[in-house]
Design a binder for this molecule. Structure first.
Ligand code: DX5
Ligand code: ZN
Length: 214
């Protein structure tokens, strides 16, 4: 079963609560929340206060994607604000294993993300510690970018690594440039959690957009 996670990066921030609710009404499974610090990525979004302010607008799990340096300093704050799972970038963590265990000690499932230019092998040593691997399918920072075609081969490589280790329950997430056409490519290559921002929020019929990704 494919999990669809609408990304509120493409929502209207002046009515964020309503747009979060609309993602649930459209049939989304998780709410994907992009946290950017202007250092790890060249854009800034928002912090735990805003996450807390939208928590009551939906019952869907909050899938928090931290694109920030030193994520260890903010993990507890996002957990308290209502995150149901937290994903950190391997590139942003000097002590990746330690940071993943900090998330788990707070009682949340942990994910590890990598950018398109990072070898898939960068997640290898923590595969036993996470329940989700996020392969970025664009360079993170902005919504509405184009899917990077080499991502399909990277997904297959990751699926192979997981199979070898018997980790077949792992969530394999993709994020960036996902639409009906690229969704078919990534699902075929082994992704089961699809993040979509622009495609869902930019569509006049959000429910139809979500359905077309499954
Ligand atoms: C990219 C973010 C994504 C973004 C995807 O830096 O991590 O979650 O919202 O947006 P689309 O689906 O518009 O490419
Ligand atoms: Zn994201």
């Amino acid at each position: 079963m494919t999990i669809i996670a609408p990304s509120i990066l493409s929502a209207d921030f002046s009515k964020l609560g309503e747009d979060v609710r609309s993602a649930e009404q459209a049939g989304g499974d998780w709410i994907h929340i992009d946290i950017m610090d202007g250092h790890f990525v060249p854009n800034i979004t928002f912090g735990p206060l805003v996450v807390e302010s939208i928590r009551s607008y939906t019952k869907l799990p909050f899938d928090v994607h931290l694109m920030i340096e030193k994520p260890e300093l903010y993990i507890a704050a996002f957990a308290k604000a209502g995150a149901d799972r937290i994903t950190v970038h391997a590139e942003a963590c000097v002590h990746l294993h330690r940071v993943i265990h900090m998330i788990k000690e707070l009682g949340l499932p942990a994910g590890v993300a990598i950018n398109p230019g990072t070898p898939v092998s960068a997640v290898e040593s923590v595969l036993e510690d996470v329940d989700l691997v996020l392969l970025m399918t664009v360079n993170p920072g902005f919504g509405g970018q184009s899917f990077i075609p080499q991502s399909a081969a990277r997904l297959r490589q990751l699926r192979g690594m997981l199979q070898e280790r018997g980790l077949t329950d792992m969530h394999v997430q993709v994020d960036g440039g996902i639409n009906a056409e690229t969704a078919a490519i990534v699902r075929e290559a082994g992704a089961n959690v699809l993040v979509a921002g622009n495609y869902v929020y930019g569509s006049p019929d959000r429910a139809a957009a979500v359905a077309s990704l499954r």
